[in-house]
Design a protein around this ligand. Structure first.
Ligand code: C2E
Ligand code: MG
Ligand code: MG
Ligand code: MG
Length: 275
């Protein structure tokens, strides 16, 4: 393995760099078996309507608890899933698991307008992505219109024919949101030409609300709304941010102020306590 050899051959690495390489190497070894070992799970974070304070949807977020390394954050392991191509089978597992969960909630009478799933650029560009998704939804007997896929601006700009992919998804009936909106280089007028439903304002802009971030946030909300996007603020951590975004009539919010990502049964508790 290249990194293992590197560790032995190159003596200019600092101890820190060596430890990092060793960890990456261990993660790479372990992640190949993670799906078979049942080490992945999903948590769900509520999306709150800022006018009614009700849960209108959830975002699914992947978790990995490894037998040797313990819990590893998605920021660390998602890039490794992407580099190894494992994001394709793991991505399918995520879509299957979320679909089964959606069906279960629906049968319990727990009504969510949207369940969103993050999709990596590698998954999005897979030629079988839409066909596989269609099969998964059909098998789980889930109405596609309750599923929303989260992609980033980068995904749209990097991938040839991303417009065709988006139209195929629109034909299937699933919704699409732009995650971390504002951190890339796509203009709202460009996004408006595509079948996109939702903009999720990146947490960094919400963090800046108490400094000079208000103008950017106001602009995204008002332009986004005028262009008929649903606008969601990510990473709301305190009541000042909540009140401000509510006052600006941002449609929805998500963040630790409402709830951290939680297991599915906790979503059921929260849902019934907030309705
Ligand atoms: P994201 O899609 O932008 O997800 C939001 C992240 O912000 C989540 O981190 C969530 O736990 C965190 N978050 C939510 N509210 C707050 C808040 O108020 N304060 C703070 N500090 N953080 C908040 P998480 O779960 O660690 O995921 C990180 C990123 O990893 C995600 O960013 C997404 O890009 C990726 N990811 C997570 N799950 C999946 C997945 O199933 N598939 C793919 N392809 N990527 C995923
Ligand atoms: Mg997301
Ligand atoms: Mg985000
Ligand atoms: Mg992100």
């Amino acid at each position: 393995h290249a990194k293992k050899q590197g560790r032995n051959q190159f003596h200019f690495h600092t101890d820190n760099q060596e430890r990092e390489l060793e960890r990456t190497y261990q993660i790479e070894l372990e992640i190949h078996e993670a799906l078979e070992r049942n080490e992945f799970s999903l948590v769900y974070q509520p999306l709150i309507n800022l006018r009614t304070n009700k849960i209108v949807g959830v975002e699914s977020l992947l978790r990995w608890d490894n037998r040797l390394l313990g819990r590893i954050s998605p920021a660390e392991f998602i890039p490794i899933l992407e580099e190894t191509g494992l994001i394709i089978p793991v991505g399918k597992w995520i879509l299957q698991s979320v679909s089964i969960q959606m069906k279960s909630w629906q049968e319990q009478g727990l009504f969510l307008q949207r369940v969103s799933v993050n999709v990596s650029p590698i998954q999005f560009q897979d030629p079988y992505f839409v066909a596989d998704l269609k099969k998964i939804l059909h098998k789980a007997e889930v109405d596609p219109s309750y599923l929303e896929l989260e992609i980033t601006e980068g995904t749209l700009l990097d991938i040839d024919d991303s417009a065709k992919k988006l139209h195929d998804l629109q034909d299937l009936g699933v919704k699409v949101s732009i995650d971390d909106f504002g951190t890339g280089y796509s203009s709202l007028s460009y996004l408006k030409q595509l079948p996109i439903d939702t903009l999720k304002i990146d947490k960094s802009f919400i963090d800046d609300l108490d400094r000079d971030g208000k103008i950017i946030v106001n602009t995204i909300i008002s332009m986004g709304k005028n262009l008929q996007f649903r606008v969601i603020a990510e990473g709301i951590e305190n009541s000042d941010q909540f009140k401000y975004l509510k006052q600006q009539q941002c449609h929805e919010g998500q963040g630790y102020f409402f709830s951290r990502p939680v297991e599915s049964d906790k979503i059921e508790e929260l849902y019934y306590s907030l309705q």
